[in-house]
Unconditional design. Sequence first.
Length: 153
Amino acid sequence: EMAMRMVLPDEAATVRLAEDIAIKLRVGDVVALHGDLGAGKTTFARALIRAVAGDPALEVPSPTFTIVQTYAARLPIAHFDLYRLGSADELEEIGFDEAVSESVVLVEWPERAEGRLPADRLDIVLDLYEDGRVASLSGGGDWAKRLDRTEAL
Ligand code: ADP
Ligand code: MG
């Protein structure tokens, strides 16, 4: 278990963090994005997906209403927003486990999954901080090693 915090003074800093993490990802990774409405979860996910796709103009809508959007990029990505999930039992219907086995999975509102996320995920908590945000990263499995070169605060 590792933990680090970084200040993200503006949206560009959120995008850079997402790009740094994007290059480390592989199929099976789960990145849980915690934070209130407006914290920057979708901003982070959008930048990460664009980085993996190598397309800075790729349209990445918020999956609030569809619950999941998938991308057939260099690495397949499934972007979930569980805000409107009725209960954790619905994860099966929406193909969550399959998505984990065949893609990189990004999850907004991960608390709605009620502990059904894999333990070796990367957790990123986004909070308001001054005019920007602060990101708190923690990860099980080998995430400590993989995030080694990201500057800690
Ligand atoms: P969420 O998905 O968490 O509800 P969004 O990503 O949809 O949040 O919206 C977050 C808002 O915060 C966007 O307007 C975005 O421009 C802004 N934002 C994202 N990161 C930062 C940051 N580091 N500093 C200031 N504003 C940010
Ligand atoms: Mg969102």
